[in-house]
Design a protein around this ligand. Structure first.
Ligand code: AMP
Ligand code: ZN
Length: 531
């Protein structure tokens, strides 16, 4: 293992960010200590301090989908987890290279194409495009490189040839197999012993079913498959054929990230045999460590049951996003740390929605008081607010540094939301207090942005311009501030209600409703939120 023992510490005070989320804010670490990220490495079965191969840079590879159908929300859970990990590393100041392949040649694609009387290429193209659309709809950043297996065949043939030349692979009737016993460390990721696998590991056998006679050892797996009639194929030194699934990732990760990856990700179901086979191929060929940190995400379950077509609880991401805001889906997922199994249910969606609303309502309230400062003594404890802002950042970083504990990081954010809610209340702020409130708002927007969730933008600091006309008609308001117009409307409504003039009260509620605004009556008085 290429595992450097020197600690690479990130000093928050000097850290700069190329983050898309805006300027990186300096973290005040009261203890004056530097802190490091710790990642649970499947191979080590422990959290290890993160030390990238090149200081300040991270090379990440996350296995992509096999494109024979729309992706389901289980796939989405894994992809969203790695999106958040990537975003956090960027925010922490690392230069991240993120590569995700598309498996666009595979038995399942060929089967689907035959069933539908189409070519495998057509099927793959349709679902690759759908995958890209679905990922964007879920707020997942495009990878830096998204290589397709069918466009990298030359590299795969070259790697297979290397493995044959070095005695790690052999040709047999047009297939090429990796000779597992030539790689004594086989099994080190999933902690399996080669001798215990002997004679028929089901998953491995599945790779070469019916082809046992072609293999020298039942453990061996295909790196190249001879063409069968009617299947897509490419010319190779072993005759026409197509690559095995595992060889793809070895080739594409090496080409676009490097021989040693900092982080290799995927769902837990990929650790064996897929990732074990990637290690064998890559390390046998390069003689170098393939991946320094193996990260595996937990499986998504529906109402605590495995998601499967036969149970009838199989949900496609695109169908879910017809009913659920992407931010709500992400919020649900973030409430569980990436490594644990994740339970998807209507109740958890409702909780996630309510959590987001708490943040949005606070931002609404902040926007209101920021837009309407008044001169005076002021009652906000500015030092306490500053301490709360420092604490939310420190808590967020501490949790995320601890193996990307998004649940813990959200805990810090909600503590902060509660504190700011209590501090700001409904009273007006002085201009200096309004500036502090603005900083609190920016903190929330920035930290939620690291999760790929945009808060506070649709609700902005102003209301739709049409409220001016409504306020003029109903409340006689003549000014140009939409915030003041809404205030005038609420005052007019309050007065009308006192006089039991329901027509005017209803005109305000309905007029605002048509503009997408909702009046909420709270103990502190009426307030307007966006629907
Ligand atoms: P596949 O197309 O089956 O190779 O899956 C693409 C990615 O989704 C892989 O990283 C899988 O580990 C992951 N995945 C598949 N099913 C689930 C699930 N139920 N929960 C979480 N991740 C999953
Ligand atoms: Zn892979």
């Amino acid at each position: 293992m290429l595992c450097v023992e020197v600690s690479f510490a990130v000093n928050y005070a000097v850290m700069q960010s190329s983050a898309t989320q805006g300027a990186f804010a300096i973290i005040n670490n009261e203890r004056g200590a530097t802190m490091t990220i710790r990642i649970y490495d499947t191979q080590a079965r422990a959290k290890r301090e993160f030390v990238p191969v090149n200081p300040g840079k991270v090379g990440m590879y996350c296995c992509g989908p096999t494109v024979y159908n729309y992706i389901h929300i289980g796939n989405a859970r894994t992809f969203i987890s790695f999106d958040v990990i990537r975003r956090y590393l960027i925010w922490r100041g690392f230069e991240v290279t993120f590569v995700q392949n598309v498996t666009d040649v595979d038995d399942k694609i060929i089967k689907k194409a035959n069933e539908e009387g189409r070519s495998a290429a057509e099927v793959a193209q349709e679902y690759t495009q759908a995958f890209i659309e679905d990922m964007r709809a879920a707020g997942v950043m495009d990878p830096d490189v998204r290589p397709k297996a069918t466009e990298e065949i030359d590299g795969m043939i070259a790697l297979v040839q290397d493995l044959i030349d070095s005695g790690h692979a052999y040709e047999s009737q047009g297939d090429v197999y990796f000779a597992v016993r030539t790689f004594p460390e086989y099994g080190k990721l999933s902690h399996r012993n080669i001798d215990e696998m002997e004679g028929g590991h089901r998953e491995l056998r599945a790779d070469g079913q019916g082809l046992e006679d072609r293999k020298r050892d039942p453990l061996d797996f295909a790196v190249w498959k001879a063409a069968k009639p009617g299947e897509p194929s490419w010319e190779s030194p072993w005759g026409p054929g197509r690559p095995g699934w595992h060889i793809e990732c070895s080739v594409m990760s090496r080409k676009y990230v490097g021989k040693t990856l900092d982080i290799h990700g995927g769902g837990a179901d990929l650790a064996f045999p897929h990732h074990e086979n990637e290690i064998a191929q890559s390390e046998a060929a390069s003689g170098m460590a393939f991946t320094n940190y193996w990260m595996h995400g937990g499986m998504l379950q529906i109402n605590s049951e495995k998601m499967s077509k036969s149970l009838g609880n199989f949900l496609l991401l695109r169908d879910v996003l017809k009913q659920v805001e992407p931010a709500t889906l992400r919020m649900l997922m973030l409430q569980t740390q990436y490594r644990s199994p994740l339970d998807y249910s209507a109740d958890r969606l409702a909780e996630a929605k309510a959590s987001l609303e708490r943040i949005e309502n606070l931002i609404d309230r902040l926007d209101w008081v920021i837009a309407n400062p008044v001169e005076g003594e002021g009652s906000l404890d500015l030092a306490a607010l500053q301490a709360q802002m420092d604490a939310v950042r420190a808590g967020f970083v501490e949790s995320m540094d601890d193996d990307f504990n998004t649940a813990g990081a959200l805990g810090s954010i909600f503590t902060f939301v509660g504190e700011v809610n209590a501090a700001v209340g409904t009273s007006s702020l002085t201009p200096a207090e309004a500036r502090a409130a603005q900083a609190a708002r920016e903190t929330l927007v920035e930290l939620m942005g690291v999760f790929g969730i945009t808060v506070g933008d649709q609700k902005g600091e102003t209301y739709p311009v049409e409220v001016l006309a409504l306020a003029k008609e109903v409340a006689g308001y003549e000014g140009e501030s939409t915030v003041a117009a809404v205030e005038a409307l609420l005052e007019a409504r309050a007065a009308a209600r006192k006089e039991k003039n329901w027509a005017v009260a209803d005109a305000v509620r309905n007029g605002l409703g048509e503009l997408g605004l909702l009046i909420q009556d709270t103990p502190q008085g009426a307030k307007v939120t966006f629907k």
